[in-house]
Design a protein around this ligand. Structure first.
Ligand code: NAD
Length: 366
């Protein structure tokens, strides 16, 4: 049933992404007469819970997810723990009747993600997964450009996604190095976003071929992966996913798409410029950051008007995904992307690992 009044939220995991969502919820609250409030934070590290709870007047700082779930007045939880804890927390939250925003990747395996999805369906709670690139201004505008009829058929795409191996100080925590806590390495932990982006833009995958390498020596945590994707519509995409050790280099994506009459590319995954060239033009042109922002705003106002009030927020993609989930709780929008999208991409990542282990391409049964 659609909710009204102030939505009471708990955040489970007060690390990097838990803090990000807290900040986003604060911005949303400030723009909507406090329509949402974080009332409890749980983290096994009590100091982390206390520090984040201090940002929300009256919020409780707890040390276990179960203490949060015992609060009958709580409406929804944001699950922001390391991946290994998602399944148990999510299932407990669904059984407690809490609506669930869960960070990606959903789980340690596709089987776990399917179990979570089924429990959510049975419990009839609303769920959304943190595949935030679907709210990226740059990628939303690129998606719109390739959808224009004059672009012609999309033929191919390449994505190079690299970032500093996130156990070397960029992230304060070190769990991404521990195969008991992470479902793998760069492919599942980071490029789950890229593979979701591919299916969002290009549709279903019918065949893939992946290779992985492990140069850093962290067992079970690959730091290099390449993958070829063939889509049902015949187009191809190539992914290069790297966790590197280049301390001076920030996390970075380059995404290029070739259509029959359009080349479009960007070195930015959220805000930034887009390069494009139309078939008849002799040179490339650049869409400025301001213009990308403007085009994104027009798309949001047309397709998701309930998100328009949040277009000027800091970290806009994260704010929009959180605002969308809250709108879904109020019955004003669909949760997006729903858990099944998280399950779908988890199945693809798992298929990629299977292909890498076997050393052969793999057909995907859609
Ligand atoms: N969508 C994105 O852009 C994005 C970005 C970063 C992380 N993530 C995802 O978010 C999740 C968390 O990543 P992070 O970077 O915030 O990690 P983090 O290490 O910074 O924070 C995790 C927090 O969870 C706490 N924790 C561990 N076990 C717990 C438990 N059983 N109960 C409660 N708290 C517990 C830790 O003490 C820590 O404070 C991961 O699944 C990660 O893949 C998503």
């Amino acid at each position: 049933m659609a909710m009204s009044g102030q939505i009471r939220v708990g955040i489970i995991g007060a690390g990097l992404i838990g803090q990000t969502h807290s900040l986003m919820l604060k911005q949303i609250a400030d723009r909507t007469e406090q329509s949402v409030r974080v009332v409890a934070i749980a983290d096994v590290a009590s100091a982390a819970a206390a520090k984040l709870a201090a940002r929300w007047p009256g919020a409780k700082a707890l040390t276990s997810a179960h203490e949060i779930l015992d609060d009958v007045a709580l409406d929804a939880v944001w699950i922001c723990t390391p991946t290994a804890m998602h399944r148990e927390t999510c299932i407990a939250a669904a059984r407690a009747g809490k609506h669930i925003f869960c960070e990606k990747p959903l789980a340690m395996s596709a089987a776990e993600a399917a179990e979570m999805s089924e429990t959510i369906r049975t419990a009839c709670v609303i769920s959304q997964v943190g595949l935030v690139l679907r709210f990226s201004p740059v990628y939303t505008v690129m998606k719109a450009l390739i959808a224009e009829p004059e672009a012609g058929r999309v033929l191919a795409a390449t994505m190079r996604d690299d970032q500093d191996f996130p156990i070397r100080g960029v992230h304060a925590s070190g769990w991404r190095n521990d195969p008991k806590l992470t479902a793998g390495g760069t492919l599942v932990e980071h490029s789950v976003h890229d593979i979701d982006l591919f299916t969002w833009m290009f549709g279903s995958v019918r065949r893939l071929y992946c290779q992985t390498r492990n140069l850093s020596g962290a067992a079970g945590v690959e730091d290099f992966a390449t993958a070829e994707f063939e889509f049902e519509n015949g187009m191809r995409a190539h992914l290069v996913s790297i966790w590197h050790k280049m301390s001076g280099r920030p996390s970075n994506r380059r995404f290029e798409i070739f259509a029959e009459n359009l080349f479009v590319a960007s070195d930015f995954d959220m805000d930034g410029t887009i390069i494009l060239q139309h078939g008849a033009s002799a040179s490339q042109e650049t869409i400025s950051t301001a213009e990308v922002t403007g085009r994104f705003a027009e798309i949001v106002k047309t397709e998701r008007p309930h998100l328009a009030p949040f277009l000027d927020t800091l970290g806009v993609a994260y704010a929009l995904e959180d605002a969308n989930f809250l709108a879904a709780l109020r019955g004003e929008a669909r949760a997006y992307p729903e858990f099944d999208a998280g399950l779908g991409v988890q199945r693809l990542v798992e298929a990629a690992y299977t292909s890498a282990r076997a050393g052969t391409p793999l057909d995907i049964n859609n």
